[in-house]
Design a protein around this ligand. Structure first.
Ligand SMILES: Nc1ncnc2c1ncn2[C@@H]1O[C@H](COP(=O)(O)OP(=O)(O)OP(=O)(O)O)[C@@H](O)[C@H]1O
Ligand SMILES: [Mg+2]
Length: 339
């Protein structure tokens, strides 16, 4: 069984606070209006929710930033917002999540709204969700603006995460430009892909789709270990990454290292599952941060699987901390405490 040396874990923890990880992708504001229902509306046969509490959190690529902040990593963020209140909220919340003002590079669209998903919750039940979004790809002019500063920000970062929610920020040409710049600067790129863009992500470090997404991209159903293995090989032949990771929900995850042609199947460590929302964001964030701070592919994958096991035991799009990771590694027998 793979174990992680306690000294390596502590060295990696120390390194986390020194690096910056660049997150590029679709920013979303998640909003929750929480209240109770006392009566049915006289206007239509619908409940009237009396709102007592309101909450706004980071969604989409913003959830990756929140995960970075929680493990003590500073983020550099590229994304798009609208010229509206939700955009102001996103900006404010990102700035309170380990992103410095000069590292928050937001394109403010004059025509598009900030992507906002509002959940109305009464007595712990979601009554409905209200979405505000216009999915429009970046314009050439917007891409040109992004590329003016991107090279410098890539230089300042240790790794780049592409968090693709298919909302228009990651266009094929931007994807290509980012990967070329990162390859030139020798910075690793990790990708949480959308099926429609799957094979555009060539020459990256790793891609982390779930088994449904990988299956859709290949037009196959992926269930058994051997089906997952041949999918990893097939995708790797087409995009030539250093490694390929497929997350498999309650089955944990599988990783393929292309150079050595080896597979690791890591079972989930979650004991209780409350909410799997955002587990994929936790996987890509912890994996990227730990590999960029000195761990091997295998070790970083193990840490990311353990981290996902922790977050699925919490409610909402949750995050993990360094002490939680160390405790879980110890409890699960993955920590080698010998000096
Ligand atoms: N039902 C579950 N039981 C146990 N562990 C789980 C479960 N769902 C997810 N996990 C853990 O979380 C990791 C990522 O989950 P999953 O494969 O569902 O990713 P995802 O579908 O991309 O998630 P997201 O909804 O955030 O996009 C898994 O590798 C596993 O470790
Ligand atoms: Mg996912």
């Amino acid at each position: 069984m793979l174990k992680i040396k306690k000294s390596l874990l502590h060295q990696t923890f120390a390194k986390l606070s020194q690096i910056k990880v660049l997150v590029i992708g679709d920013l979303i504001l998640d909003e929750y209006l929480i209240g109770s229902v006392e009566r049915i509306s006289p206007e239509a046969p619908v409940p009237v929710v009396w709102v007592r509490n309101e909450k706004q959190t980071l969604g989409g690529s913003g959830n990756v930033v929140q995960n970075l902040s929680s493990i003590g990593v500073n983020g550099i963020v590229y994304g798009r917002i609208g010229n509206d209140k939700a955009g102001e909220s996103l900006e404010r919340i990102l700035l309170s999540n380990s992103v410095a003002k000069e590292d928050l590079v937001l394109l403010k669209s004059k025509t598009l709204p900030t992507i906002l998903k509002t959940r109305i919750i009464a007595s712990h039940q979601q009554v409905c969700r209200v979405d505000r979004e216009e999915i429009v790809p970046l314009t050439e002019a917007e891409e040109a603006t992004i590329l003016e500063t991107l090279k410098q920000k890539i230089k300042e970062s240790s790794a780049v995460i592409l968090s693709d929610y298919d909302k228009g920020y990651l266009t094929p040409s931007l994807i290509q430009s980012v990967i070329s710049l990162c390859n030139a600067e020798e910075k690793i790129v990790t990708v949480d892909p959308q099926v429609s863009h799957f094979f555009l992500y060539k020459n990256i470090h790793i891609m982390t789709p779930n088994h449904h997404e990988a299956g859709k991209a290949l037009g196959k159903k992926l269930a058994s270990d051997s089906e997952i293995e041949s999918a990893c090989r097939e995708i790797s032949e087409r995009i030539t990454p250093d490694a390929m990771m497929i997350t498999r929900g309650e089955k944990g995850m599988s990783i393929y290292e292309r150079k050595t042609n080896t597979f690791y199947h890591i079972p989930t460590v979650a004991k209780e599952v409350f909410d799997v929302t955002g587990a994929g964001d936790t996987v890509i964030t912890t994996y990227t941060a730990f590999v960029a701070s000195g761990m091997s592919i295998k070790e970083a994958a193990l840490v990311s699987n353990v981290s996902a096991g922790i977050v699925v035991g919490k409610l909402g799009a949750a995050t993990v901390t360094q002490p939680e990771i160390e405790d879980a590694l110890r409890t699960l027998g993955y920590l080698d405490e010998a000096v």
